[in-house]
Design a protein around this ligand. Sequence first.
Ligand SMILES: Nc1nc2c(c(=O)[nH]1)N=C([C@H](O)[C@H](O)COP(=O)(O)OP(=O)(O)OP(=O)(O)O)CN2
Ligand SMILES: [Zn+2]
Length: 125
Amino acid sequence: MALYTLKVIADFASAHTLRDYPGACSRMHGHNWKVEAEVEANTLNSIGMAIDFKDIKREVRAIAEELDHQYLNDLAPFQTINPTAEHIARYFFQTLSQRLNDERVRVCALTIWETERACVRYAEG
Ligand SMILES: Nc1nc2c(c(=O)[nH]1)N=C([C@H](O)[C@H](O)COP(=O)(O)OP(=O)(O)OP(=O)(O)O)CN2
Ligand SMILES: [Zn+2]
């Protein structure tokens, strides 16, 4: 476990359909998704930051913007896999990792809240 874990929160609204789901979620419906992105580091830069929160927020918001007001099933990442909270969390984690990870920081966890009462936390390593 790293010494520092930073977290930023964003949100987006989108619709999805859970293919083959045995219930109402197999019909199109929407969620106001909340995203919690966690970034870890063991060292700080010369001004005492692992990474500027602004840099994390910019990338998290950019990914959220790509999903916002979309029908997720139509988007490339979810055309062949269901846009479940699990798959959205993994997609967000991997996309954010590609954009943020460097020699100091790495994305360590990504939580997607589907409702106020249910979330998935995805982590690698
Ligand atoms: N493991 C998962 N389970 C479910 C997912 C998911 O992504 N991963 N998704 C759904 C549906 O998207 C559904 O829209 C979720 O809504 P639901 O859990 O029914 O939420 P409610 O607040 O309406 O349900 P209550 O039973 O009233 O709490 C389902 N499962
Ligand atoms: Zn749903």
